[in-house]
Design a protein around this ligand. Structure first.
Ligand code: ADP
Ligand code: MG
Length: 344
């Protein structure tokens, strides 16, 4: 081989490797930024493939939702509505109006078991606070009389809300985190983010697929094991996964466990034979509200409701560790933990 041919060949090889190297390193994957903040009474974690400012904006949206909808924060719209119960209308922001409207719809869907006007009972039981204790039967009965979502009055034109009777109170604890996730995800999308993972205290939202194009693998909480232990795994994209169960917040008195999902009919923590309900839906608002509502409805009625709804799937775990999934999730549960059995 002549020397100049060898030279030419080497130059070509060199150029080709340079091009290859450039292609391999410039894979356009945005860098990951992540952070966590204590918001909406829980730890909110985000991993965003995009800019710091996009992530900051998403956190800000959750902060706004928290500030508007907290039952206990004296500056919130919900606080103002509750303080004016039976007296006057309160003008609220769009977020709050939308969530109250949505919560009334979910109440109607769940035979009133998901109950946005559950405030007086939540206040009485105070589960999750240091003053949580078993209330008297009379007190439970008295508070129950104040609970009726039909008495939440809405003025769509003026964007105002009024509670029909004094003593009533809205509590959006079972839906606001879902809305916060939806709001944060919408903000990220608007910023051009294609991939992100949001976790609002177990209320998960995945935006797009992972940056490498593969689906996210999300663990479903094992209702009998410490937080972070999985009962199963789901591969998903662009969706929210929300689990409700009695294992998160509770107190024990005289050996009996009292948890934070209250049955508005009995006034006591819901006993429906379920260990947990996981809802999978592109709407985290729907997933949050339905996880709570279906938990109280129980296995049979819960499955029936979920099968009748579009864009909503569910995984229901019975106290007997039998796992039921709705038709859209058949064959999709991976790595089922030992002791659980899939009903098919
Ligand atoms: P978490 O927020 O702990 O993930 P949920 O979404 O199930 O769990 O919400 C539970 C919270 O919702 C309670 O702490 C309370 O504030 C409120 N809540 C309790 N019972 C009901 C009910 N029947 N309907 C609507 N909200 C409820
Ligand atoms: Mg909920």
């Amino acid at each position: 081989m002549k020397l100049d041919r060898i030279l030419k060949l080497s130059i070509i090889i060199l150029l080709l490797s340079a091009v290859l190297w450039a292609l391999l390193t410039n894979d356009r994957t945005p860098t990951a930024v992540s952070d966590s903040q204590w918001l909406m009474g829980t730890l909110v974690e985000m991993r965003v493939f995009g800019s710091q400012s996009a992530m900051r904006g998403a956190f800000k949206r959750i902060e706004e939702v928290d500030h508007a909808m907290s039952r206990t924060h004296p500056d919130s719209y919900i606080y103002a509505i509750n303080a004016s119960a039976g007296e006057s209308w309160v003008k609220v922001d769009q977020d709050t109006f939308h969530v109250i409207q949505a919560s009334i719809e979910y109440a109607a869907l769940t035979q009133g078991l998901f109950e946005p006007s559950i405030g007086p009972l939540v206040e009485l039981w105070a589960i999750g606070t240091p003053r949580a204790s078993l209330p008297s039967a009379e007190a439970v009965e008295e508070r129950k009389q104040l609970i009726n979502y039909h008495d939440i009055q809405l003025d769509v034109e003026k964007r105002q809300v009024k509670l029909g009777a004094a003593g009533m109170g809205i509590d959006l604890g079972a839906i606001a985190k879902g809305y916060g996730a939806d709001a944060a995800a919408a903000f990220l999308r608007n910023q051009g983010v294609k991939s992100a993972f949001l976790n609002l205290g177990g209320n998960v939202y995945v935006l797009g697929a992972k940056p490498d194009g593969t689906p996210w693998r999300i663990g479903i909480q094992n209702p009998e094991a410490p937080r972070g232990t999985h009962m199963a795994v789901l591969e998903v994209e662009d969706t929210s996964i929300v689990t409700s169960g009695p294992y998160e917040r509770y107190f024990i008195e005289d050996g009996i466990r009292y948890h934070h999902i209250l049955d508005p009919v009995s006034g006591y923590p819901a006993e429906s034979g379920l260990a947990s309900v996981t809802i999978v839906s592109p709407s985290s608002t729907a997933a949050d509200a339905l996880a709570t509502g279906v938990f109280i409805l129980g296995m049979e009625k819960g499955l029936e409701l979920l099968e009748n709804l579009d864009n909503v799937e569910g995984i229901l775990v019975g106290d007997n560790r039998l796992v039921y999934v709705t038709s859209g999730l058949k064959g999709r549960l991976l790595s089922l933990a030992e002791g659980f059995e899939l009903y098919e």
